[in-house]
Design a protein. Structure first.
Length: 202
């Protein structure tokens, strides 16, 4: 399969298209909209599997780390393809993994500023000009390539603050509350490109 491209700048519009195409190709995928960004872009969450061992993966928390969205979306595609073909992924039989683990994935937490960093946000938009204004206070950080925060300049590393600033709805808050029941919670960054599949069948 080759639904998710890995050789282009990954944007919110590509995420939406890939989500639609993945659902058409693999209708068993469970996808929910769990909230919206400041600019009212959807925050998508995928659930892979029905097993008791639960893990949660987040991508593009920092906008300039948008490559993590590509990795997670490609993982979803590879997982679904392996499930259909009853094959293995990273030495794990995916149908066995489907029964033993539930993998929750939010591939793009920060869509507004992924578009800012990748050049998809119009330079004449209010949001872009607001980002320029904020960035002027941080002259040592290249703009827009070094941008990490949301469009209001709030770093997503502080989730309690982010929930208030980003106006994410109650469904995402419910998911956050459930964190205590997850075996692993991984916030993907450049230096954390690792799937914990080895632990999920234990």
């Amino acid at each position: 399969m080759n639904i998710v491209p890995t050789n282009v700048n990954y944007t919110y519009s590509l995420l939406r298209k890939n989500t639609h195409d993945l659902l058409e190709t693999f209708p068993f995928l469970n996808v929910q909209i769990i909230g919206n960004s400041v600019m009212r872009k959807n925050i998508y969450a995928f659930k892979l599997g029905n097993g008791p061992n639960k893990v949660f993966y987040f991508g593009s928390i920092h906008a300039n780390e948008w490559i993590t969205s590509v990795i997670l979306m490609k993982f979803i595609e590879d997982y679904a393809d392996a499930y259909v073909n009853n094959s293995s992924l990273y030495n794990q039989n995916i149908r066995d993994l489907f029964k033993s683990a539930s993998i929750f994935i939010v591939p793009m937490v920060n869509p507004d500023c992924v578009d800012l960093v990748t050049g998809s946000l119009p330079t004449n938009s209010f949001a872009y000009n607001r980002a320029v204004e904020i960035s002027s206070s941080f002259p040592d950080i290249p703009f827009p390539s070094g941008w990490k925060s949301n469009i209001n300049g709030v770093d997503f590393s502080n989730f309690q603050h982010t929930l208030l600033i980003n106006r994410l709805d109650w469904r995402l808050l419910c998911w956050i509350i459930l964190f205590s029941k997850f075996l692993h919670i991984l916030f993907f960054h450049y230096l954390l490109i690792y799937y914990h599949l080895l632990y999920l069948n234990d």
